[in-house]
Design a protein around this ligand. Structure first.
Ligand SMILES: Nc1nc2c(ncn2[C@@H]2O[C@H](COP(=O)(O)OP(=O)(O)OP(=O)(O)O)[C@@H](O)[C@H]2O)c(=O)[nH]1
Ligand SMILES: [Mg+2]
Length: 449
């Protein structure tokens, strides 16, 4: 990415109510004067203006907003033109800005400038992209909280502690006669405190998965138990085929459903599990097995109205070691199967897939099970795989530090691992991130942001 004045259509392509063209950089005042004739735009005021091209032809009448440096998103002079959301109008406005010396912005270039101007730290910049990408309320709330900062400061606090330890070690190495070596057990305690805080952060990444992409909930059970009926009932739509024939569902089907409190479940309907000579059905059952193995939580659906047959007993037995919720269905017809259940299924739910109350009970139970230890988004938490990797790397280096200390090796041997952990945290917070890290972060943005 280079310097100069950049321009982009910041709204998605296609027809819409309005389109926004954004321009940032040193030429903004000249471009504003040429595109929006009349008195100079007043800072931070919305003004209705004609928008004209280089030949003075009117492209549109739009809303012009001028944000003088440094009080703008990028820290530079910024012009925003809100024009009618026609592809032709947006394109002509953009072309007019380009003709006046701007160049087309690359993905994330506005935010990268904001980062480089110190308007937001790297973790907050990543949160901007996460917020735009968020498809669920929980993910949006978490990203919004991260945009306010907090993660980078927490990481910087830990990095500063490592820097202090490192400085003490270096001082004794450089001036062995004047500076006493720090006490190894004291170094260990301090390193462990930093590692403990990083472990805490790493946990927020794992727990945040439900908020970010939804936990996988596989609905499994013997054929005809009502799995697809429960799936449809929880979704509130007739997404899956339901029929009185056992073996209706042949392939896994997946849909996301909000669970309240920002949590999301990826519900997976599966083929009923039984031994089958039919190759197609057997292939479906193999997929059910795969979904079962990959799920964060298994919802086992069994027919309560009939005595437990081998297929039902088998699924119940095999899922005992899983994170699971057992639901006996078709209680409106009978409960003999439910009454026959083993003590391991003592806490199972009983209900009817056609009854709202039963579906609510299943939903509430899913919420309770998936809601274990939700992430407190008001506290520092990890939001991207890059951040999680950096924490992992830092912790690996700190583990090496501890090993060296445990081996009672000379203290100078820990310096390089401490420095590596320090560097990982610098890349994480963005305070000491190389070009490659920045390029990778901002490449994930859309153009115009
Ligand atoms: N009476 C009653 N019938 C139900 C209930 N739940 C489902 N059914 C019926 O049971 C039959 C099987 O339902 P499905 O939802 O297709 O069952 P499934 O477990 O997905 O079946 P497969 O896909 O074949 O494994 C259908 O005729 C449903 O209408 C229930 O709670 N009560
Ligand atoms: Mg089905």
């Amino acid at each position: 990415m280079g310097g100069g004045t950049i321009a982009a259509i910041a709204t998605p392509p296609g027809r819409g109510a309005i389109a926004i063209v954004r321009v940032s950089g040193p030429l903004v005042r000249d471009i504003a004067r040429a595109l929006c004739p009349g008195a100079p735009l007043r800072p931070r005021r919305a003004e209705t203006r004609p928008v004209v091209d280089g030949d003075g032809l009117t492209i549109d009448r739009g809303l012009a907003l001028f944000f003088p440096a440094p009080h703008s998103y990028t820290g530079e002079d910024v012009l925003e033109l809100h024009v009618h959301g026609s592809t032709a109008v947006a394109r002509d406005t953009m072309l007019a800005a380009l003709a006046l010396g701007a160049r087309a912005a690359e993905a994330g270039e506005f935010t990268r400038r904001a980062y480089e101007a110190g308007k937001l730290d790297l973790c907050a910049a990543e949160a901007v992209a996460e917020l735009i990408a968020a498809e669920h309320r929980g993910a949006a709330r978490a990203a919004s909280a991260r945009m306010a900062g907090g993660l980078a400061s927490e990481v910087e606090r830990l990095r500063a502690e490592l820097a202090t330890i490192l400085a003490e070690l270096t001082a004794t190495l450089d001036f062995p006669d004047e500076v006493a070596a720090p006490d190894a057990s004291d170094v260990r305690v301090r390193v462990e405190a930093v590692d403990g805080a990083l472990e805490e952060l790493a946990r927020t990444w794992e727990r945040g998965q439900v908020m970010r992409e939804g936990a996988a909930v596989a609905i499994v059970g013997p054929p005809n138990a009502g799995k697809s009926s429960v799936f449809n009932g929880l979704l509130g739509s007739e997404r899956a085929l339901v029929s009185e024939l056992a073996g209706t569902t042949r392939d896994t089907l997946e849909e996301s459903v909000a669970l309240g409190d920002g949590g999301v479940a990826r519900l997976i309907d599966t083929a009923g599990m039984r031994h089958s000579a039919d190759a197609l059905e057997a292939a479906g059952v193999a997929r059910s097995e795969g979904a079962l193995a990959a799920a964060s939580l298994v919802l086992v659906v069994v027919d309560a109205s009939r005595p437990l047959d081998p297929a039902a007993s088998d699924v119940l037995r095999r899922t005992r070691a899983c994170e699971r919720l057992v639901y006996f269905n078709k209680a409106d017809v009978g409960r003999v199967g439910y009454d026959q259940r083993e003590p391991a299924e003592g806490a199972a739910l009983l209900g009817c897939a056609h009854a709202r109350a039963s579906l609510e009970a299943v939903r509430a139970a899913l919420c309770r099970r998936l809601g274990d230890g939700p992430v407190d988004v008001a506290r520092p938490h990890l939001g991207t795989a890059r951040q999680a990797d950096a924490v992992l790397e830092a912790r690996r280096s700190l583990a090496a530090v501890r090993e060296t200390l445990d081996a009672h090796a000379p203290l100078d041997l820990v310096a390089s691992d401490l420095a590596a952990a320090h560097a990982s945290l610098g890349a994480l917070s963005g305070r000491d991130a190389g070009e490659a890290v920045l390029d990778a972060v901002f490449a994930r943005f859309c153009v115009g942001k």
